[in-house]
Design a protein around this ligand. Structure first.
Ligand code: ZN
Length: 282
């Protein structure tokens, strides 16, 4: 499988791209979930009792456009220990798309692990990796991360955001923006104030690129569980519950950048509640 995997959605295609991945203790990632609650979910933990956190992005081919959904953790030293060198540009090229062929970059939100490859380091200065792409951000998200020096620093503004703005490639949009007639924005606030997911609908098939509306497949069932990183946990849980109910009802494909790679599967109803069924398992 390597570090990319294709899935067809009607006349469109999505490609899961793995930038890197990390291993995190569940108690650190989900500080509000009692340790004993994980006893029922050993299938989601590795041999050391840790969660696998994929760091992935998505290419969507829709109506002749190459659309990148989020840009990964990037090539600079990361503020978290990684299991593999981030390699999004090489992974994209292996999947058949060069960075300068990307027409549109859209963001689920502006956390550093979703904007990292906006630029690469060129002799100490940030250089745009996607110079031919419009970079589409929700206005509420942009305003949140640019509201103060502290917020700008947290969003790695100088390297990740300022160069896009300075180049005139930034498009601020609000709410249910249509990226193409097949790919539309679904507001799912909570993880961050302007967090969105994307719905891809083509020729009767549907997929949802869920961003950080959830980070682990266990949250397909335990949709009230919130990671410590959620800015507004009440809103995050409400968004997640509504999104997974919609996905289950529509029989849609889930595309998650943080679920174990490739993060593709369905929400399936069972006797114990809803569960995530990876695509590879049928
Ligand atoms: Zn994330």
């Amino acid at each position: 499988m390597g570090r990319f995997q294709r899935a067809r959605v009607g006349n469109a295609e999505i490609i899961a791209l793995q930038d890197s991945w990390a291993s995190v203790p569940p108690s650190m990632f989900y500080p509000d979930v009692p340790a004993g609650a994980w006893d029922a979910y050993g299938e989601f933990l590795d041999g050391n009792g840790n969660l696998t956190l994929n760091l992935g992005t998505w290419l969507v081919a829709s109506e002749g456009r190459a659309i990148l959904v989020d840009t990964g953790i990037g090539g600079r030293p990361a503020p978290m220990p990684l299991k593999e060198e981030p390699a999004l540009p090489a992974v994209m090229e292996a999947a058949g798309v060069k960075p300068d062929e990307v027409d549109i970059v859209v963001y689920t939100h502006l956390h550093f692990d979703h904007t990292g490859w906006n630029t690469v380091d060129a002799d100490g200065a940030p250089a745009l990796l996607f110079p031919n792409a419009r970079h589409v951000v929700q206005r509420a998200e942009w305003e949140y991360w640019t509201a103060s020096e502290e917020q700008r620093a947290a969003a790695q503004y100088a390297n990740a955001l300022a160069p896009v703005e300075a180049a005139g490639l930034l498009d601020l949009v609000e709410g249910e923006h249509a990226v193409t007639s097949e790919l539309t924005t679904v507001p799912t606030p909570g993880h961050t104030p302007g967090h969105v997911s994307f719905a891809l609908a083509s020729a009767g098939e549907r997929a949802y690129l869920i961003g950080d509306a959830a980070h682990q497949p266990v949250q397909v069932r335990e949709d009230g569980w919130c990671p410590g990183a959620d800015v507004d946990k009440t809103a995050s849980a409400a968004s997640r519950k509504a999104l997974f109910a919609r996905i289950e009802r529509e029989g849609a494909l889930i595309a998650s950048g943080h679920f174990p790679f490739p993060g593709l599967g369905h929400a399936v109803a069972g006797a114990d509640g809803r569960a995530f069924r990876p695509l590879a398992d049928g």
